[in-house]
Design a protein around this ligand. Structure first.
Ligand code: GLY
Length: 403
């Protein structure tokens, strides 16, 4: 199916609403609508293969193989794309696919891998989005159940959510125990949402405590971020930072910085904490100072100069975070326009320079770097595709976030 780029994508856009583009240096809005239509065409062509299956986390030669939803952290990014497509087009085929996939999230809760902090990524973009868009109560229950499991990963004495592996000392390898990671800031929205929807404060209390521990141990004085930090689970003693996917323990992994900037922007909206908005702004400034001229970062800001590998997925996450930040700062604040412009320029560059050829790829964005040091780079990444579509929807619609 090919769409006409001059036709409205959906009837949700109200021409009477003042454009948030006013005063922003960027391509015209129609360019983003054209890019969104192309992305929707890409989603369409995957709907049969991935009706109740999922693209893998990253592609092989720009083609995603198919996988099930029993493990891994990325299946929600496909369901999230289906929900976004449903929201902007009203086309039932996307809703049917998302709802079929939701059955697999239900089964996973019973017998799949749930021992991960990534429950936020998994269940926000599937179940919370499904509940927000359809009002179906079973999706709310599913998302709250996932939030409950996420709270089980909280080490009270350490004030942090353990990222990976079982908490049980006998089953867990020592490296993961008491270890928090930068990415978790984007899993906290599930907890903030659960508090809001159930009126039970404890979910938000844990999210807030983790965010505060993150400020102390992951965010550095110059507003760059470390990837992981570990505390001793017996004594509570801080054992220091280490990287997992970045270049070095003291480097700044670009996607980690993007997770943090978007995560604190969302935490600010749920908590009303201006300190979180200000921190998100500092994280954004660091990111913007170090991003490449075409608005897409190298995979790690401190990688050797001759390592030019990019991470388009980090740029897509950052674009959404910058847009969120532009929405929460006061409109008279100069940063509002600056971040909005940066978000749009990033999306423009992604659309022009980083989109795949649909004849040879079933992904949307190329030059994603999942794990550079494990030789997994220069591929499509499923979350990069999701955030690219979210960014384009943000650029063209009055969108309420799923997070
Ligand atoms: N959350 C895992 C990653 O960003 O690769």
């Amino acid at each position: 199916m090919t769409r006409n780029s001059s036709a409205p994508i959906a009837d949700v856009s109200d021409p009477g609403v003042p454009s948030r583009y006013d005063g922003c240096r960027s391509a015209p809005e129609s360019a983003f609508r054209g890019a969104l239509i192309d992305a929707l065409d890409g989603i369409d062509s995957n709907l049969v293969t991935f009706h109740d299956r999922f693209p893998t986390a990253s592609s092989d030669d720009l083609v995603y193989p198919s996988t099930d939803n029993s493990k891994g952290w990325t299946s929600g990014f496909w369901t999230g794309q289906c929900w976004l497509a449903y929201e902007v087009t009203g086309d039932e085929q996307y809703r049917n696919a998302a709802q079929t996939q939701l059955e697999t999230f239900d089964r996973r809760l019973e017998d799949g891998d749930m021992e991960t902090h990534d429950l936020g990524f998994l269940y926000t973009l599937s179940a919370v989005a499904g509940y927000r868009l359809t009002g179906q109560f079973e999706y709310r229950e599913l998302a709250v159940a996932a939030a409950e499991l996420l709270t089980d990963r909280y080490w009270d004495d350490l004030g942090l959510i353990q990222a990976w592996g079982p908490l049980d000392a006998s089953a867990s390898d020592e490296w993961v125990q008491g270890r928090m990671i930068a990415d978790t800031m984007m899993n906290l929205p599930l907890l903030f949402w659960a508090s809001e929807t159930t009126d039970e404060r404890r979910y938000a209390t844990i999210a807030d405590a983790h965010a505060r521990t993150n400020v102390r141990h992951i965010v550095r004085d110059d507003a760059s971020t470390a990837h992981t930090f570990k505390s001793d689970i017996e004594s509570g003693a801080p054992l220091g930072v280490e990287t997992h996917q970045g270049y070095a323990d003291d480097s700044c992994w670009a996607r980690g910085q993007a997770w943090q900037l978007y995560g604190y922007a969302i935490a600010a909206t749920y908590t009303g904490e201006s300190a979180y908005a200000e921190l998100a702004s500092k994280l954004a400034n660091y990111y913007l100072e170090r991003v490449e001229a075409d608005h897409v970062p190298r995979w790690d800001f401190d990688a050797p100069a001759d390592d030019g590998v990019r991470d388009s997925s980090a740029a897509a996450v950052a674009a959404c975070g910058l847009d969120e930040l532009s929405r929460i700062l006061p409109s008279a604040d100069d940063r509002t326009r600056q971040y909005r412009t940066a978000a749009l320029e990033t999306l423009e560059s992604l659309a022009e320079n980083y989109t795949t050829d649909p004849d040879s790829s079933n992904g949307l964005l190329m030059e994603g770097s999942y794990h550079r040091t494990d030789d997994d780079f220069d591929e499509c990444c499923l979350w990069g595709d999701y955030f690219y579509v979210e960014g384009l929807v943000r650029a063209t619609e009055q969108w309420e976030r799923y997070w």
